[in-house]
Design a protein around this ligand. Structure first.
Ligand code: SDX
Length: 426
């Protein structure tokens, strides 16, 4: 017998069912609240509101737990590859050898983009931000590949096409922005190797693949692959709920990810660290300003809506960072600044009392700098990583019998009824 809660409002008393998940999370199902009491709920930012049941990712913000389809992020980061994790998130199970081989063949077959898309890049102003370009280009894919979803096989082809092409679009955008020759994907390279080669290879200076760099990129993408109902995933679900095609729904997710409070934080962290490095801001002033209620400055890369302890991804990212910089013999002053900021914050009452810890973005930018990714592409890298998660969530919502057009309600606080005043009388 499932639990219920008793809700009494004036002369009405109703029983509301309690929904329980496989990890013991519980929610009050208020589907009949308005019909039976005339009341709606208010929850700015949806801090306490669940929008769906999902079998994809489990997070425990108090204990710092993150699992994709039940597998702990620590094990996936250590043992798996981004290609395999993308398959896991979308299909629900780790692939067999035959399945991952088929997936790799499809990724390769769909790695090129229509040659006409190259002209699009040339039409963007030179200083266009790569996130705006990526969002536009992903949306444009619908025009070049109009037949999206019918049979399961067709949906899988569409999904794999997008996961493969997003790399090519991102690397193309970078090469064209620098006026360099576009490098095409190669059938002999893995998912991450191909991206690095398309980004950094050149006819006059062949790119030298470094296994540790490839592995660091794969772990970076695994750590970003999904995170349940975050802002950009919610955007993908909300847009998709209108039965919008996958490309447009993902394009909305890319737009939602762009902001500095969400995926744009990795770029904002580096810009903050560089300001400190240029002595335009001291570490102590950064900490002081971030605690000042009247100052909009925030310690970027710190804090999280769900994690009230150390973000498990940040712990892994820090290890990747230390290992990669050591292997490449890079001594990045920004790492020392980041480490000092963390040490101060983790011992400061304000941060402790507010449960503010480093999140996935705090060290990720230093890893991307070591790989050679330009700062304005950091959030594009986040989007490439998050794409399998967005797709998995979009698919799950499309297949959910309870899923309907998302349309929140409101409490109106504007003027009450009043009559129109003709212009001559105003
Ligand atoms: C991502 O949701 C996800 O899962 C997102 C993500 C994913 O994988 O999809 O994990 C990726 O977006 C990570 C977050 C990246 N953003 C940043 O690093 C930007 C800096 N962080 C903050 O802006 C903030 O922590 C948020 C936006 C991430 C979360 O903030 P909330 O949950 O909306 O909380 P809040 O802004 O209401 O802050 C609560 C309190 C406030 O103080 P009080 O008014 O209660 O006294 O904490 C303070 C805030 O002032 N606070 C900070 C702070 N973050 C929160 N103070 C200083 N520095 C900070 N970074």
């Amino acid at each position: 017998m499932s639990e219920t809660i008793t809700f009494t409002w004036k002369d009405r008393t109703i029983e509301l069912p309690v929904v329980e998940g496989t990890e013991g999370e519980k929610a009050i199902d208020i589907s009949k609240l308005r019909k039976e009491t005339g009341l709606i709920t208010m929850d700015p930012g949806f801090v306490n509101t669940g929008c769906c049941k999902s079998a994809i990712t489990f997070m425990d913000g108090e204990r710092g737990i993150l699992r994709y389809r039940g597998y702990p992020i620590e094990q996936l980061a250590e043992e798996s590859s981004f290609r395999e994790v993308a398959y896991l998130l979308i299909n629900g199970e780790l692939p067999t050898r035959k399945q991952i081989t088929r997936f790799s063949v499809l990724l390769n077959d769909h790695s090129l983009v229509h040659e006409d898309m190259r002209q699009f890049f040339g039409s963007f102003p030179m200083q266009s931000h790569p996130m705006g370009i990526l969002s536009s280009m992903v949306n444009a894919l619908k025009s070049f590949y109009p037949y999206l979803a019918g049979t399961r096989e067709e949906i899988n082809t569409t999904v794999t096409r997008l996961i493969s092409k997003v790399r090519t679009l991102a690397a193309m955008s970078y090469k064209i922005s620098k006026g360099h020759t576009v490098v095409y994907p190669r059938p002999d390279l893995s998912y991450c190797e191909n991206f690095l080669n398309m980004m950094f290879d050149s006819p006059v200076r062949p790119y030298k693949m470094d296994h540790d760099v490839v592995n660091a990129l794969s772990v970076f993408l695994i750590l970003h692959a999904d995170h349940e109902q975050n802002c950009s995933t919610s955007a993908v679900r909300i847009v998709g709920s209108g039965r919008v095609n996958l490309y447009a729904s993902i394009s909305a997710g890319i737009a939602a990810l762009w902001g500095p409070l969400h995926g744009g934080a990795n770029q904002a962290v580096i810009e903050m660290l560089e300001k400190i490095d240029r002595r335009e801001l001291t570490i102590n002033d950064a900490v002081k300003k971030s605690k000042d209620k009247n100052d909009p400055f925030r310690l970027m890369g710190f804090g999280h809506r769900v994690y009230k302890t150390y973000d498990p991804r940040a712990k892994i990212m820090k290890k990747v960072c230390d290992r990669l910089l050591d292997k490449l013999h890079i001594n990045d002053p920004l790492l020392d600044i980041a480490q000092t900021l963390e040490d101060i914050a983790l011992n400061d009452d304000y941060f402790i009392s507010h449960n503010l810890y480093p999140n996935v973005d705090f060290y990720s930018g230093i890893v991307l700098r070591a790989i050679g990714i330009p700062t304005n592409m950091f959030t594009v890298m986040f989007a490439i990583g998050r794409l399998p998660g967005w797709i998995a969530q979009w698919k799950e919502s499309m297949e959910d019998p309870e899923w309907k057009l998302n349309r929140p309600r409101q409490i109106y606080t504007g003027p009450v009824k009043r009559d129109y005043i003709p212009l001559e009388n105003r």
